[in-house]
Design a protein around this ligand. Structure first.
Ligand SMILES: [Zn+2]
Length: 266
């Protein structure tokens, strides 16, 4: 089912992937329905049609939980009654709802005239509505949806408050930007964590290995084969142990291992 920028891909009768596609971006969020409530994991940029798409899938009250507070995961938060993210990402949320910061980020490295043009064009796109009934979880939180529990798994690295969500019964892990097919960004100044922190997050996911079969990411192909976690683990270990070799991809310093890459600060 598709409406405008949104396509719904059912995973099972109570779980849906919602894919948001524009000329410039692709993002994924997930609707998990219990018997009493629904949990919406991330809200992409939340353009026109997003709220309608979600509401066409369920009549249950919808609670939002963000994998982290980057703008392309929180844009549609304000459409829903209750919104949660990890308290360690409050600083990231403040940055990613600040239009000045977003414009600086979008035009980084551009020449003068191009910078001015993009700033004019992007002004409306890069405005995230920060209003809403916000609540914050720490490292331990379970969302009870009625005959379905979804728990927070802390996974700092991409941001300090990045998390995954684990549904042990459905054996699904929702991984945000922490485990994608392409790579993970740790290089963003003031946002990414040291590689040691990301490594301990991968070890935590490895410790939960027997609890899930499928991994549902925030971008790119879905689901991700869970063996990607092994590649991230090995890559992070090489960085931490000083064994990684680095190359430049799109001007970013990155270490590669197997199918993945990790960007780190210069
Ligand atoms: Zn992100």
């Amino acid at each position: 089912m598709a409406t405008g920028r949104y396509t719904v891909h059912p995973i099972d009768e109570n779980t849906f992937t919602i894919e948001e596609k524009t000329r410039f971006s692709q993002g994924l969020c997930y609707l998990l329905c219990g018997s009493e409530k629904a949990l919406l994991i991330d809200t992409c940029f939340g353009y026109r049609g997003f709220e309608k798409t979600v509401k066409s899938l369920t009549d249950l009250p919808v609670t939002v939980a963000n994998t982290h507070a980057h703008l392309d995961h929180i844009g549609g938060n304000h459409f829903f009654g209750e919104i949660w993210y990890h308290e360690a990402d409050r600083g990231i949320f403040a940055l990613h709802t600040d239009p000045g910061y977003l414009l600086d980020m979008a035009t980084e490295g551009m020449s003068g005239p191009k910078r001015i043009l993009v700033r004019l064009l992007a002004k409306n796109v890069l405005s995230i509505d920060p209003s809403g009934n916000y609540k914050y979880f720490g490292d331990e939180q379970v969302f009870h949806l009625g005959e379905r529990d979804v728990e927070v798994v802390p996974a700092p690295g991409h941001t300090p408050g990045s998390v995954c969500f684990l549904d042990r019964q459905a054996r699904m892990l929702f991984s945000g930007d922490t485990v994608c097919e392409w790579g993970v960004l740790l290089h963003i100044p003031g946002e990414g964590c040291p590689p040691e922190v990301f490594l301990s997050s991968m070890l935590r996911l490895k410790g939960l290995w027997d609890e899930f079969d499928t991994v549902w990411p925030g971008h790119h192909g879905f689901p991700v084969d869970k063996s990607y976690i092994d590649d991230y683990l090995a890559c992070a270990r090489q960085i931490v142990e000083g064994q990684a070799s680095y190359e430049s991809t799109k001007g970013r310093r990155c270490a590669k291992y197997g199918r993945v890459l990790i960007t780190v600060p210069e």
